[in-house]
Design a protein around this ligand. Structure first.
Ligand SMILES: Cc1cc2nc3c(=O)[nH]c(=O)nc-3n(C[C@H](O)[C@H](O)[C@H](O)COP(=O)(O)O)c2cc1C
Length: 240
């Protein structure tokens, strides 16, 4: 963990701060955080954006500096046009969409009910890469959620029963008690059913943007867009 953080800091900072004994908290120090990006651009990117994304995910997962390569920032528009963001894990790419699993009573789920247009952002900074996907989020079939739930570790399954995600929690003890209650009901080794309030969303994209950091801030930025999920993709290069 510490080695990873040290490695990340080493590649992130232009100014040598390792021996200063200080943390990077001053205005000047934060302003000085920058690095030069590479020579390799998006010339070889696949013309199929889902294929291109899958290749980048594979490369990110193989990169030892990147933790949780499948972590993505999901942004939603909720009640009163309030934007909210949070990290979720990509668990599948199928049927032309990107799937994550969550609690169907959570804040994000309520927001998706109101407005199913969402964005997913993959921040692969260590590779000077970012992918932003915009699309429509729809619940996956219950069977699909149940199948994935069954593949999760027992403790995660029990955790899903214990947490009324996004609700106010009066104390840590309350959560612990709920966990123990569920663990008693479905002891380790037994089949834990998929909670009715838990399942997946598949985000079917209408826009996928690939960003690759390049020298002199002349980054590459290619966006694939289509009018709807049955239309052909059109690729456009944008100023960085
Ligand atoms: C690395 C990481 C992975 C996460 N993965 C998930 C996930 O797959 N599903 C999920 O519901 N929450 C996940 N979370 C927690 C969410 O970020 C968030 O706190 C939670 O879903 C409640 O969000 P909401 O109140 O906006 O609905 C993850 C958090 C982190 C930091």
């Amino acid at each position: 963990m510490y080695i990873q953080i040290a490695l990340i800091l080493k590649v992130t900072l232009d100014t040598p701060m390792e021996n200063s004994g200080k943390t990077a908290t001053t205005r000047e120090e934060i302003a000085a955080m920058r690095r030069s990006y590479g020579e390799i651009g998006l010339e070889t990117l696949s013309t199929d954006p889902i294929e291109a994304f899958t290749e980048w995910l594979h490369e990110a997962a193989a990169n030892p500096i990147i933790v949780e390569a499948n972590a993505m920032v999901l942004s939603t528009l909720g009640v009163g046009e309030k934007i909210s963001s949070r990290t979720v894990l990509l668990k599948d790419i199928s049927d032309g969409g990107f799937t994550f699993f969550t609690n169907y009573s959570s804040r994000k789920a309520h927001a998706i009910e109101l407005n199913s247009q969402v964005t997913l952002l993959f921040p692969w900074y260590a590779m000077e890469r970012q992918v932003i996907i915009s699309g429509d989020a729809q619940k996956v079939d219950q069977k699909e959620s149940e199948e994935y739930f069954a593949s999760r570790p027992w403790s995660s399954q029990i955790g899903a029963w214990a947490s009324t995600q996004s609700q106010v929690l009066s104390s840590r003890e309350e959560l612990q008690m709920r966990y123990e209650g569920a663990a008693k009901k479905w002891p380790e080794g037994t089949t834990v059913p998929c909670p009715p309030h838990w399942g997946g969303y598949r985000v079917v994209p209408i826009s996928i943007e690939f960003w690759q950091g390049r020298y002199s801030r002349l980054h590459d930025r290619l966006r694939f867009e289509r009018a709807d999920s049955s239309a052909d993709w059109e690729m456009t290069r944008y100023y960085p």
